[in-house]
Design a protein around this ligand. Sequence first.
Ligand code: HEM
Length: 350
Amino acid sequence: MIDPFTSTVRGMTEPNPVFAALREGGPVVVADAPAGGPVWIVTDEDLAKEVLSDPRIVKDPAMAPLDWDPFKAGLEPTAAQRPSLTTMDGPAHTALRRAQAPLLTGKRIREQQDRIEELARDLLSSYSGVVDLMADFTTRYPLTVLLDMMAIPRENVDRAVDGCRQMFAGDQFGAIQALMDVAATARDGGIAAELRDRMPPDTPEEEVRYHLFGLIFASQVTTDTALGFVIARTLGTSDGDPVEETLRQNPPAPFSLWRFTAEPIDLAGMHLPERAPILVDIGGLGLTFGAGPHFCVGAQLAQAELRGVETVLRRDFPSARLAVPYEELQQIVLGGIGGSRLKELPVVLR
Ligand code: HEM
């Protein structure tokens, strides 16, 4: 049986064997879910697009298998506990998208491109000697950019970095609280205040802050891992475009987030009961930012940051180089929906 959930270490240039195995397994592959029972993994592109838009397949963790431990399964709070883009479905989700999507349109992001590059240049300039860019930069930079757009004072970036690290250490409640506290410091004039204005006037402040937490965390966890590969490729190889190759070969979200059947359904000739967990192999299918109503709201920002760092390295740090051979870099494959992250990225910038 294919096991996409085990954490492993691979060389930078080694292909992911799980992608290939899933391809050969047919349009829907059944695997053992880490929290118990089966998971149905969709590997066919047309079927994937259907699944990502099917109203009978929902994101609310309230519909997870009843015997799953939400912590072991890494589930988000349910939509009733914490309304959010990633856990709501149907008209309530559409209304929330209408409030959030205008904050991060391509036009808005293009207007920020100089600022996005300036922040990368400033942060990279603060390091000297041999620096492991995975130790601080890749975590800090996406947070610096988004907090800047949210008009959250710069001194809060350290708290946001700590909050994200809390999440990786398994303290979901602590991390949510830390990032909501950071969101609470937003001033007028940024996209945080704009989101508050776009929400219905009776929306509790706590709920707005949870949406801001969602944006902050979703932007950090994905861009962090992608940045490592983009920088490694920019400095270590002339094969292909560093941003495009990274999004294709090292997608930060190799699988969709969890989905569950709200009623029994048939999928590619298989019968799935109610509460069946489904993942879509979006990495293997090249749907890096997803598809359908939950398509990534930050896709433009993510690409602007990745391209911005590549541009800044080439333009402002012309003698930057890897401190180890490109082929010797190693990636930790987190397993499951987590993607891969370079273990270390030692670089000399000047
Ligand atoms: C390279 C970086 C990124 C990748 C590969 C990525 C990928 C994805 C994918 C695949 C989804 C859909 C998940 C699903 O349907 O189950 C998604 C959703 C989402 N992304 Fe991203 N993302 C990235 C960066 C960002 C950034 C920078 C932000 C915020 C500023 C962001 C915010 C979100 C949000 C809020 C959702 C939920 C949308 C919804 O459910 O309606 N992402 N992302």
